[in-house]
Design a protein around this ligand. Structure first.
Ligand code: NAG
Ligand code: NAG
Length: 644
């Protein structure tokens, strides 16, 4: 029993030993196989291994990549998939040859252009010109071709922009009073939030440098650059690298496309300054722009303020100062305008209350911004978010003004470089504004934007959250806004059969005022009926024919030509009737002259323009009344009065 037991124990021990040896052998084999396979693979695939993304060792917090999954901020549309940072077209790789130390800030760097054998050695940080050179390698052809392709790509002449210093100083344009102005020593700190999406290199960097060069350090908490999923190569690691050399600049990247509102909300969530300054990524600041804004916000934390927005020409990059006074407004199509020389009582050189503010540069207290509902997360991509913010700020306890001692220049693009994934996106954003904020007045909007009307007929925006916010903040209604904040906006009457497109029976065309002819008025034409609401007019109970989405231009006569001119704010009662519409005959009679409105096609009278070729175009005249169909008119309402 004992012997047998010992023999078994020995055998078991031997077995264990064998198993151990076997296991070890197998492990060795497996490991060596693994190493060999690695070596084999690197033999099969010659060439440099994929370079890992370089992290900047000295500033680990510099760049934050945010997978912003706040469902409220997600866009309801499919956008281009995320391109990872490794898909850079241009890679900046710190040159570490002969040294184990992390690269010095002032070290030497290589610009690598995958696909090209060019290795350009430059000194870091790359100067503007050198970067330009590297980027220009992508462009071929003459200067003229380059300019054309740059304009196509960005909507402005980037070739000219590249030649201008990133530190250029704008000529002094401030009022002499401003130079004497003293500001409080203890202004709140500011976080400047700059969102960008595929911005050109030179304009983006000039914006950042301009802020750094003009904002006093004691008030500038930080510049927060927020990348809204840019695809252009130069905005990836090259930009990270460049920004790592700038003090006080943080770069945040979103892994999904947020749009302007969402992108700014992301920046706001990460900002540490007391005041947020949202700025477009193609701006230049005038000296002393920040202090006047901060002072106005410090005095009243519910005040939202804007500088005077000067203009940078898209072709020449010339700086053009905007005349004071100026304020922000919008029309009944919910389009934003800067209104120069507004009809307001107080023209003193003081901050001017403004019914709305543009999105180019706007300063708002950080806590107020959050408590008043940030930006509407339901707004898509781009467009009209500044109007939504404006109505909300005013209606929910805040105010807005333009501060005349602060100036920021904004690059006006020739056209927008983006192709919108959804052509009706602007209308969808406007529908949200109309349905959330405009109460019954929204009908006036839908008559002037029939595309929005038809979209609204087939789908409803989900504005549940915004209506809840409006209730919980106790916001006032749109009638209050119109009477208190923006009393200058004409409220159309839109009476049936006396408003709509003005259709001419004889020519089959509609009365038209070409877009871009200016807000001051000019000659009226006829053109094919658009059906979009852009030709909407309104014969009101004062016998004026009010034209356009602002309703500020009136049908008028200059000799026998029919023109638009600014409607008088207080029409003297002696002038009496302007126009009388005789429904039976369809005649529209100018009361002063007792002549009738007549449409004359091109090729008719000698006064007509020789350049027009479309036979549906022509001009409007006053002629002795006859019963000719060219003097027969209908007001055609495109949207039923009870609609929307
Ligand atoms: C500058 O502004 C004035 C008036 O606002 C305008 O007439 C002029 O064309 C502008 N110039 C440029 C270069 O934009
Ligand atoms: C609208 O949005 C709210 C929350 O934002 C959600 O609870 C609700 O289900 C949505 N309604 C519809 C019809 O999608």
């Amino acid at each position: 029993m004992r012997l047998w037991g010992r023999a078994t124990a020995v055998r078991t021990r031997m077995l264990c030993l064998w198993l151990l040896v076997l296991g070890f052998a197998l492990l060795t084999l497996a490991l060596s196989d693994l190493f060999n396979r690695d070596r084999d693979q690197s033999h099969q695939k010659p060439g440099p291994p994929r370079r890992p993304l370089q992290r900047i060792p000295s500033a680990p917090d510099l760049e934050v990549i945010v997978d912003y999954r706040d469902p409220a901020l997600e866009l309801g549309i499919d956008l281009a998939p995320l391109k990872s940072l490794q898909e850079d077209q241009l890679l900046f790789v710190p040159s570490t040859q002969g040294t184990k130390n992390p690269p010095q800030k002032k070290g030497s760097y290589k610009v690598l252009l995958p696909g090209a054998n060019k290795d350009t050695r430059v000194t870091a940080p790359p100067t503007h010109g050198e970067m330009g050179k590297a980027v220009r390698l992508h462009l071929a052809g003459t200067e003229r071709d380059m300019e054309l392709s740059a304009v196509q790509k960005y909507g402005f002449n980037e070739v000219v922009s590249e030649k201008i210093s990133l530190h250029r100083r704008l000529p002094e344009a401030r009022h002499p009073e401003c130079l004497k102005e003293q500001y409080s020593e203890s202004l709140p700190s500011a976080s400047v939030v700059i969102c960008f999406h595929d911005e050109a290199w030179s304009t983006l960097l000039r914006t950042v440098h301009s802020v750094l060069d003009t904002a006093p350090r004691q008030y500038l908490q930080e510049v927060l650059l927020v990348d809204d999923l840019s695809q252009h190569g130069h905005l990836k690691s090259v930009l990270s690298e460049y920004m790592s050399h700038l003090d006080g600049v943080r770069l945040i990247r979103s892994t999904r496309r947020l749009g302007v509102g969402g992108c700014r909300a992301l920046g706001a969530a990460r900002a540490a300054g007391e005041v947020l300054v949202f700025m477009d990524s193609h701006c230049e600041c005038q000296k002393g722009w920040l202090e006047p804004l901060l002072e106005r916000v410090a005095q009243d934390r519910t005040r939202v303020v804007s500088p005077i927005m000067d203009v940078i020409d898209w072709q020449t990059f010339q700086y053009n100062a905007t005349q004071w006074p100026v304020r922000g407004v919008f029309d009944w199509r919910l389009d934003f305008h800067w209104e120069s020389n507004p009809q307001v009582q107080d023209k003193a050189f003081q901050p001017l209350r403004s019914p709305a503010l543009g999105g180019g540069a706007v300063a708002i207290d950080r806590h107020f911004f959050q408590s008043v509902g940030a930006y509407d997360p339901g707004m898509l991509l781009w467009g009209q978010e500044q109007i939504e913010l404006s109505i909300r700020v005013w209606s929910c306890g805040g105010s807005m003004e333009v501060v005349p001692c602060s100036r920021v220049a904004h690059l006006e693009r020739h056209h927008l470089p983006y192709r919108f994934p959804d052509q009706e996106l602007l209308q969808r954003n406007k529908i949200r504004i109309a349905d959330t904020w405009m109460d019954a007045y929204r009908k006036i909007f839908y008559r002037r934007d029939t595309l929005a009307h038809f979209i609204r007929q087939s789908e409803s925006p989900n504005i549940t959250e915004r209506l809840r916010l409006k209730r919980s903040l106790g916001c006032r209604n749109f009638h209050w806004y119109l009477t208190t904040v923006y009393p200058q906006l004409y409220i159309p009457q839109d009476r049936p059969a006396l408003s709509g497109e003005l259709y001419n029976v004889g020519t089959g065309s509609c009365a038209d005022y070409p877009r871009g002819q200016g807000l001051q008025g000019g000659a009226m034409n006829i053109a094919p009926c658009s059906g979009t609401g852009s030709q909407h007019c309104d014969l009101n109970s004062e016998f004026e024919v009010r034209w356009g989405p602002m309703g500020a231009l009136c049908l008028d006569a200059r000799g026998e030509r029919v023109v638009l001119s600014p409607c008088p704010t207080h029409r003297p009662t002696t002038s009496g009737l302007q126009w009388k519409f005789i429904k039976l005959s369809g005649q529209l009679v100018h009361q002063q002259s007792q002549l009738c409105l007549e449409a004359v096609k091109e090729g008719g009278p000698p006064q007509s323009s020789p350049t027009a070729v479309n036979t549906n175009t022509g001009s409007l005249f006053l002629h002795p009344c006859t019963h000719h169909p060219r003097q027969q008119w209908h007001f055609e309402q495109l949207v039923a009065p009870k609609g929307a």
